[in-house]
Design a protein around this ligand. Structure first.
Ligand SMILES: C[S@@+](CC[C@H](N)C(=O)[O-])C[C@H]1O[C@@H](n2cnc3c(N)ncnc32)[C@H](O)[C@@H]1O
Length: 165
């Protein structure tokens, strides 16, 4: 499958699940505010699904966020910035308005994953193709920066500049 087909495959469907080895390397989370209704494994101690609408619920504790794709992602990322405790997963489109607003001007560190992960289907099966794009993990809060550093999942870059030019 071509690179562009990989990207549209990921973009066209919301139910691509985080590889469990990535979650295991980051330690336990208190809340996943956007989890599948039927899931093959827990991603946190508590999950909100589309049936709860995780965007309108109160978030608590250490949050794991792999947001729905497309324009909605910015709304989820703004909510993460407001919450300030957790780790988010995004394609590393580091030049975009959303990335500047919610990462370069608001996060504490970014880990660029080594290699391209294979996301999973809701039945737990690993996709036969990889993400088709570089993926990064974004830490909010010092404990989550430490978790990225310990994870050994890739290269960690601290975010030093927190205000717009
Ligand atoms: C990219 S998947 C990530 C799933 C899971 N958090 C993980 O990391 O493996 C995004 C998930 O968000 C869910 N979702 C979409 N809109 C939602 C909403 N308003 N509230 C809660 N979950 C939602 C989708 O059903 C999908 O399971």
């Amino acid at each position: 499958m071509s690179l562009s087909a990989h990207q549209s495959a990921r973009a066209g469907k919301d139910e691509w699940l985080t590889p469990p080895d990535i979650l295991a390397a980051l330690g336990p989370f208190d809340l996943d505010p956007c989890a599948p209704v039927v899931r093959p494994w827990p991603t946190a101690a508590q999950h909100f699904t589309i049936l709860d609408n995780g965007l309108v619920r109160a978030w608590h504790g250490r949050v794991w966020l792999n947001p729905p794709f497309g324009r909605a992602a910015a709304t989820w990322m703004r909510r993460m910035v407001e919450h300030g405790n957790g780790i988010a997963l995004l394609p590393a489109r580091t030049e975009t308005e959303m990335f500047y607003e919610t990462v370069w001007f608001a996060a504490d560190a970014v880990l660029f994953l080594q290699g391209r992960p294979h996301f999973h289907h809701v039945d737990g099966k690993r996709a036969s193709f990889n993400s088709g794009a570089p993926i990064c993990l974004i830490a909010y809060g010092v404990a989550n920066v430490a978790a990225l550093s310990r994870s050994n999942l890739g290269h960690v870059v601290p975010v030093l500049r927190r205000t717009a030019a």
